[in-house]
Unconditional design. Structure first.
Length: 243
C-alpha cells in the first residue's frame, strides 16, 4: 500500500530536517558564501615582486590611482594619504606617464632582500638566492666605519669594551698628535671616568638621531646642545669631536 500524499510530505520534511540533511545544507550555504566572497572581492594581490611592479605600472597607465595606491606598503599609506597620493599624480601627468612606461619595461628578476634590526639599532641584511636566505651584511666587521652612524656605534662599542686601540682608529689623523691608547686609557679610567660614562650614556640614547652629511663632513646634534662631528678619510668615517 503506497503512502498518501500527506505521508509523503511528512517523510520528506523529516528527511529535510534530519541531522545529516541539516549538515549537508549548511555545507552548501558555506560553499555559496565562499564563492560569493571570491567573486565579490578585489583583485588578487600580485604573488611576486615582478608582478607587483607590472600591476602598479598598469594601474598608473590606466589612471586607476586607487589600485596603484593599494600596492603601496602599509607604512607608506600611513605617511601619505590617498588624497595626497592622487594629487601628486594628477598634478604631474607627464611624470606619472613616464614612470608607468619605465616600470612597464621592467623584465629583470627582482633581487629579494630582508632587513632585521638587532642589538643597539644595528641592521642585518639578508638576500634571497633561489629558495634560501643568506646573510649579506658583514656581521664580523665589529667596528664598521663605512658610514657616520656606523662609526658612532663603533665608537660607543669600543669605549664600552675599553678597546682604546679601536678608538684610536676612529680619531682623524690630524687630531692624533700626542694621543696614544695608553694615555687615553689612563685619562678615561681616572678622573675623567664619570664624565666619559655620562657622555656614553647620552650617546646610547641618541644613536638613531638624524645625521646631516655634507660632502666629507657630517654632524649629529644630540642631548642638550651637544654634537658629534664626523669626517671622512678615504673610505672610512672618523669622529672629530664627540663632546
Amino acid at each position: 500500500m503506497s503512502p498518501s500524499p500527506e505521508g509523503r510530505r511528512s517523510h520528506a520534511a523529516a528527511q529535510r530536517f534530519s541531522p545529516l540533511a541539516q549538515l549537508h545544507s549548511r555545507a552548501l550555504c558555506l560553499l555559496a558564501l565562499v564563492c560569493l566572497a571570491g567573486c565579490g572581492g578585489g583583485p588578487d594581490l600580485p604573488p611576486t615582486p615582478e608582478a607587483a611592479v607590472m600591476a602598479f605600472a598598469r594601474a598608473l597607465n590606466r589612471a586607476k590611482f586607487d589600485e596603484a595606491y593599494a600596492l603601496m606598503s602599509s607604512d607608506y599609506r600611513k605617511r601619505v594619504s590617498f588624497a595626497q597620493w592622487k594629487r601628486r599624480l594628477t598634478e604631474n601627468p607627464q611624470e606619472t606617464l613616464d614612470v608607468s612606461n619605465a616600470l612597464s619595461g621592467v623584465r629583470a628578476t627582482a633581487e629579494q632582500r630582508a632587513v632585521i634590526a638587532y642589538d643597539d639599532g644595528a641592521q642585518l641584511e639578508l638576500r634571497r638566492e633561489g629558495e634560501r636566505w643568506y646573510l649579506s651584511s658583514n656581521v664580523v666587521d665589529f667596528y664598521d666605519q663605512s658610514t657616520p652612524r656606523a662609526a658612532l656605534r663603533a665608537f660607543v662599542r669600543a669605549m664600552e669594551r675599553k678597546r682604546y686601540d679601536v678608538v684610536m682608529r676612529l680619531i682623524p689623523s690630524a687630531d692624533k698628535e700626542g694621543i696614544t691608547a695608553e694615555r687615553m686609557e689612563q685619562a678615561w679610567t681616572g678622573d675623567e671616568r664619570e664624565s666619559v660614562e655620562r657622555m656614553l650614556s647620552v650617546l646610547r640614547e641618541h644613536l638613531e638621531d638624524p645625521i646631516e652629511v655634507i660632502g666629507n663632513h657630517a654632524t649629529m646634534p644630540y642631548g642638550d646642545h651637544a654634537r658629534v662631528q664626523f669626517v671622512r678619510e678615504g673610505e672610512v668615517w672618523k669622529i672629530e669631536d664627540p663632546e
